[in-house]
Design a protein around this ligand. Structure first.
Ligand code: BES
Ligand code: MN
Ligand code: ZN
Length: 492
């Protein structure tokens, strides 16, 4: 979709549809909507508001024919809800819903929109433009790579603004919003890609293709030589070699140095502790954490992030075979700790253990890992939020960034009892902690491999792939973590 901003009056725009808005309860439209209403000879006031009783509830829409009164073919009036509840998160969600509505009902080629929120809404113009574009591109996302018939798609989207003074800010917002949405949609594409065509080596190829990123790929066998016995074991059952991927983004004067680790299990069959069919169905998505990291690394340079980022993915496929690791095996991680394999389906934490040791050795200021780690997290939080655990200060900051970005991170505790659940009779610890508190015992396991004090773990098992639309984002892969983390990295 072509994106632009135009300094013009809405009445003069040649387009298939103009999107305008109304707050709840407004009887006489003002601002840009008011200007369109005047140009239409009061159609919005007379018909939409007075005759048809359009209330302006959040997300409510009304399609108005213009009958040649202005150059645009149609006007789409959208409700913003109560003015006091309106914010950038609402605007992003609204924009996603509206573009879907537009596409489904009007099938336009060109869509024009007012800069919602910046006028009567009183929000910052740049932030508004960014939220509109994020929402629009996230809402319009479709995965059609394997469809022989493609659905209708909108060619161009422009923001129309009469006030010359804020055009520059709108442009900046559009650029930023576009990059953030592209990073998210790139992650969604990767999660949608079947496990048949996305193995650890393909993840490594993708990482190697990024401009401005210095990437090292360590083969599974070499990783074992280096001491990554936990990561290596998980990939033993697969026909496809494991790859340990280390991407470096190093800007000129970075404010800090962080490691960002993504779980990259390209398919999780469970291994010898094989999953039942229904649980295995979505397991091509067990690399959603890796997809998040790749999305961010791909756009880090263009986003002009002022942080040194080490993107790390211990990529494996977890399969049963004659060469697979067994329940009862004892593995040694990079930090020398030994792990008894209680269940081969608790593989993510084994791959992350070595990645966390490796990241700790980099002497970074902060370590963040993101992973589809536990079914228990789906049970606890459903599809609406990711679980987050770790250093309180870092958790607080990440939660705030998630809120601003329209994602949800919900903190779960890490008590000493969670570590006690991992006691093994024959090794330093075992890789499962029993039926209770699964997300926390997994977190306690990971912590044993971290030496950096500022560490946070984000469990996206529940929210990474959904079976319903979540705040304007269509069902399927959500690109979880991409926006929240980019917002976090962008904070001063
Ligand atoms: N990849 C799964 C977790 C998962 C479940 C992700 C559902 C997305 C949706 C993980 O590797 C796993 O299998 N975890 C086990 C751990 C258990 C064996 C201790 C689980 O949660 O059942
Ligand atoms: Mn598993
Ligand atoms: Zn898994």
């Amino acid at each position: 979709m072509e994106l632009s901003v135009k300094n013009a009056s809405l009445a003069d725009i040649e387009t298939d549809v103009i999107i305008v808005n109304l707050f709840k309860g407004v009887k006489t439209p003002a601002g840009a909507t008011g200007a369109v209403d005047s140009a239409l000879g009061g159609l919005i006031t007379d018909f939409v508001i007075n005759k048809d009783k359009f209330e302006g509830d959040f997300g409510q829409t009304y399609i108005l024919q213009t009958y040649g009164k202005i150059k645009a073919a149609k006007v789409l009036v959208v409700g913003l809800g109560e003015a006091k509840d309106f914010d950038l998160t609402k605007l992003r969600e609204l924009s996603a819903k509206v573009i879907k509505k537009c596409e489904a009902t009007l099938k336009p080629k060109k869509v024009s929109s007012i800069l919602h929120g910046a006028g009567i809404g009183g929000l910052d113009p740049k932030a508004c433009a960014q939220a509109i574009i994020e929402g629009t591109l996230l809402g319009a996302y479709k995965y059609e790579k394997y469809k022989t018939k493609k659905a209708h798609s909108i060619d161009s989207f422009e923001i129309v603004e009469l006030n010359q003074d804020i055009i520059g800010q709108a442009k900046e917002g559009i650029k930023q919003g576009e990059l953030i949405a592209k990073a998210t949609n790139f992650a969604r594409d990767l999660v949608n890609e079947p496990a048949m065509t996305l193995h650890p080596s393909e993840l490594a190829e993708i990482a190697l293709s990024f401009k401005g990123i210095d990437t090292t790929v360590i083969d599974g066998k070499d990783a074992l030589q280096m001491g990554m016995g936990a990561f290596y074991a998980v990939g033993m059952g697969s026909e496809h070699d494991s790859k340990f991927i280390h991407m470096k983004y190093i800007p000129k004067n970075p404010a800090k140095k962080i490691a960002l680790i993504g779980k990259g299990v390209t398919f999780d069959s469970g291994g010898l502790d094989i999953k039942p069919a229904s649980s295995m169905r979505e397991m091509k998505g067990d690399m959603s954490g890796a997809a998040c990291v790749l999305g961010i690394m791909k756009y880090a340079k263009e986003l002009n992030l002022n942080i040194e980022i080490h993107g790390i993915i211990a990529a494996v496929e977890n399969m049963p075979s004659g060469k697979a690791y067994h329940p009862g095996d004892i593995l040694t991680a990079l930090n020398g700790k030994t792990i008894e394999v209680d269940n081969t389906d608790a593989e993510g934490r084994l791959t992350l253990a070595d990645a966390l040791c490796y990241a700790s050795d980099l002497k970074v200021d902060e370590i963040i890992d993101i992973a589809t780690l536990t079914g228990a997290c789906c049970v606890a939080l459903g599809q609406e939020a990711a679980g987050i655990l770790g250093d309180q200060n870092l958790v607080d900051k990440l939660k705030n960034s998630a809120d601003s970005a329209g994602e949800r991170f919900w903190q779960m505790p890490l008590y000493k009892e969670h570590l006690e659940a991992l006691k093994s009779d024959v090794a330093d610890l075992k890789n499962t902690g029993g039926r209770l508190a699964g997300t926390m015992t997994a977190g306690a396991f990971l912590k044993e491999f971290v030496t950096c004090p500022k560490w946070a773990h984000i469990d996206i098992a529940g929210c990474a792939i959904t079976d319903k639309e979540i705040r304007g984002i269509s069902k399927g892969p959500q690109g979880s973590g991409v926006r929240a983390l980019i917002y976090y990295f962008g904070e001063k």
